[in-house]
Design a protein. Structure first.
Length: 500
């Protein structure tokens, strides 16, 4: 199953900026977009340095074209739900398909639930406006109105006065006397008659119809709606939220990270006041933060770091693998090499049975414990991804040589095969299936190998090699709850043809 480094849900200013940072960081990134940005109702955007007057959808188109140069993929779709787990997220679409990623950026914006006034919704973004910084210059000096439907519009009402001397506030709610005094002191007219409709020609606004029957002339009207962030697909995750005067929003830290370690958010979905430049900046910040988190994880998951962490405390009992014991016990001792020996139980058992045994592992802590346990065997700290064992061996073993982090297993085993002397053997023991008590099919690195899989990966010359064992064996164990159980092991042993 393909796993992206990051999935970005939302293809507006915030999402595109995050995706651009991720693409430029060589992250495999997928952008999901339903094609409904918040500012699609506006013909132009302003206050965007270098892009002043550009149509919002043109900015999106340019952004998408730029992302192609960085290999960012795009999918037009709607997201049904997101499920988070320790290693990443699963994004389920409304058609039932699923995409997986190590990290998620939510940049889905919000919907403005507008006041229920006839003629208002169809003029939203043209002559009915919400942000003086975005649209004030274009209506400067004209007859401006403010439809106050919430006490939280105090700042908006005062701001509009900066762009015109002719401002009227239509008070759909009672005004605080002190605030009313401030407005009148600056020459702002206050109308308490109820607003019944907006009138005008097409999207142009000429006046506000009042309950009294009068029409108050205005050229543009500022107001605000209830902000409804598009985050319902996350509701079941019960992420931390922040309650604000205009709505409930996902809580994020300084890098845009939510209370889920795999999910970030940027733009209007967390900040309803963010205009295009602020959304772009937040998206860029989040894109960099996600890459930084993945960089740390990549280093954490480097084989040497990962396995040293696993062996920080003693991991296994020191008992040799039962299947190895059963298979090797009847063989004539010679030189043996144990790949990924861990704390050395198998290597020590081989040495005690007369083998000239060497164990190799990437963890210095594991090898230190192995060396402390015996003087009969040799142990070496080495990364088999770059280290090639020297010498010839009569037996090379690799028991559960599987890893949840990067491991070029096939190449390592082929290198080991080249070190086997004529008449020598390679013994592989691997997980054939997850433990019966496990609900995670990705346990043990997500690889369950059949005998055929092992032989196919080795691709040995049949004229030079003979298969002596290729089977699945059942090994009795004790389950975590103390009950008897079994594990399935794939066992493959091949022998190089002896010299005549």
């Amino acid at each position: 199953m393909e796993t992206w480094d990051a999935i970005v849900i939302g293809g507006g200013a915030a999402g595109l900026s995050a995706a651009q940072m991720l693409g430029r960081s060589r992250r495999r990134t997928l952008v999901i977009d339903a094609g409904s940005p918040r500012n699609r109702f506006a013909a132009h955007m302003h206050g965007v340095l270098g892009q002043d007057g550009t149509a919002p959808l043109d900015l999106v188109a340019r952004g998408r074209a730029e992302l192609e140069a960085y290999g960012v993929a795009w999918r037009e779709a709607s997201v049904l739900r997101v499920d988070a787990h320790a290693a990443g997220v699963a994004v389920t679409f409304d058609d039932g398909s699923v995409e997986n990623a190590r990290a998620l950026v939510v940049a889905t914006g919000l919907t403005d639930e507008l006041p229920d006034v006839p003629g208002l919704a169809e003029r939203w973004g043209t002559s009915v406006l919400h942000c003086p910084y975005c649209h004030g210059w274009e209506v400067r000096g004209r007859r401006l109105g403010v439809l106050m439907v919430s006490p939280h519009q105090v700042h908006q009402a005062q701001l509009v006065r900066q762009w015109s001397d002719d401002v009227v506030v239509f008070a759909a709610i009672p005004l605080d006397p002190a605030f009313e005094h401030r407005l009148r002191a600056r020459g702002v007219e206050i109308v308490t008659d109820a607003v019944t409709a907006l009138v005008g020609d097409g999207t142009a606004l000429t006046g506000v119809a009042l309950e009294s029957g009068a029409v108050h002339p205005v050229d543009a009207l500022f107001t605000m709606g209830a902000a409804r962030p598009h985050d319902a697909f996350l509701a079941h995750l019960d992420l931390d939220r922040t309650e604000t005067p205009v709505g409930s929003f996902l809580s994020v830290d300084a890098t845009g990270r939510t209370s889920s370690p795999r999910i970030w958010a940027a733009g209007n979905v967390v900040n309803p006041m963010a205009n295009v430049p602020l959304s772009m900046g937040a998206g860029a910040l989040v894109g960099g933060a996600v890459n930084g988190a993945l960089v740390e994880e990549d280093f954490d998951n480097a084989p040497a770091v990962y396995w040293e962490g696993r062996y920080a405390d003693r991991l296994w009992s020191g008992t040799p693998n039962r299947t190895l014991v059963d298979v090797v016990e009847g063989l004539e001792p010679g030189r043996a090499l144990d790949l990924g020996c861990g704390e050395g139980a198998d290597t020590i058992w081989l040495a005690e049975r007369g083998w000239d045994a060497t164990g190799i592992d990437i963890s210095a802590s594991a090898i230190a414990r192995a060396r402390a346990a015996t003087t009969r065997a040799r142990f070496e700290v080495a990364d088999l991804g770059s280290h090639r064992p020297a010498g010839d061996y009569d037996l090379v073993t690799a028991s559960f040589f599987q890893s949840p982090v990067a491991l070029d297993r096939a190449r390592i085993l082929r290198d080991a095969v080249a070190r086997i002397a004529p008449g020598g053997r390679l013994l592989l023991i691997s997980h054939a299936a997850p433990p019966p008590w496990s609900t995670h099919a990705h346990a043990h690195g997500g690889t369950f190998l059949s005998p055929g899989d092992e032989l196919a990966a080795l691709a040995l010359d049949p004229s030079e090699w003979t298969t002596e064992l290729a089977e699945v064996r059942h090994r009795p164990v004790t389950a975590p709850d103390g009950t008897p159980s079994t594990l399935d092991d794939t066992v493959v042993m091949v022998r190089r043809t002896p010299r005549p």
